[in-house]
Design a protein around this ligand. Structure first.
Ligand code: AMP
Length: 204
């Protein structure tokens, strides 16, 4: 199954993409993670876009994504998280692969901002926690791999508002592009319930 997970920042799409990718045994491809993991001369340029909450240019992004698709683990499907962010990216994606279903997770804006401000990430294994609602067992230590948790540099209120503005303006219209393939899920009903709702709507 080739899936897209869409939703504003901190809608829980990253968390859900991880859970569902394990259940369906398909890789979770987060374009934010792909960019964060780039090493070498591009790193500084990428960081400057990310820290301001701005999108990395489409051509560069698609080049990085195409490289990822060359790996064999995508043969039976994937969950793409964070891509496409605009119509141009959706059209570029059409040229590389076909998408079966789009999962849209929606939450209201204020809830989203609070979630992001409390978000904690594991830089080693990618696990996500929340300092209020989904605390790690030991403060600031990842439950899964024991590494120290960090706050993302772009999780400031200013960068968050910028990213939400871009989502409303550029990303939401992408849902129209996938009309007929979109399933919509309420992201505010708790992690487990959201997972169940997604699986139910995907009929898997
Ligand atoms: P995310 O981890 O999805 O919240 O993405 C973090 C940041 O990575 C975004 O604010 C952008 O700067 C960059 N980014 C992630 N995905 C894309 C994309 N599809 N196109 C351009 N920039 C992206």
């Amino acid at each position: 199954m080739r899936l897209l997970f869409m939703g504003p920042q901190a809608s829980g799409k990253g968390t859900q993409a991880k859970i569902i990718s394990k259940k369906l045994e398909i890789p979770h491809i987060s374009t934010g993670d792909l960019l964060r993991n780039v090493e070498g001369e591009l790193k500084e340029e990428i960081d400057s876009y990310m820290n301001q909450g701005m999108l990395y240019p489409d051509e560069g992004m698609i080049r990085i994504l195409k490289e990822r698709f060359k790996e064999d683990d995508t043969d039976n499907g994937f969950i793409l998280d964070g891509f496409p962010r605009n119509l141009k990216q959706a059209e570029m994606l059409d040229e590389i692969t076909e998408i079966d279903k789009v999962v849209e997770i929606h939450v209201d804006e204020e809830r989203t901002i609070q979630r992001i401000l409390n978000r904690l990430n594991c830089p080693n294994c990618g696990a996500l926690f929340n300092a209020v609602k989904h605390k790690p067992k030991v403060e600031n230590i990842c439950d899964d791999c024991g590494s120290g948790l960090i706050k993302r540099k772009d999780d400031t209120e200013e960068a968050i508002r910028k990213r939400l503005e871009i989502y409303e303006r550029d990303t939401k219209p992408v849902l129209e592009h996938y009309k007929g393939r979109v399933v919509r899920v309420d992201g505010g009903i708790g992690i487990k319930n959201v997972t169940e709702a997604i699986l139910e709507k995907l009929k898997v």
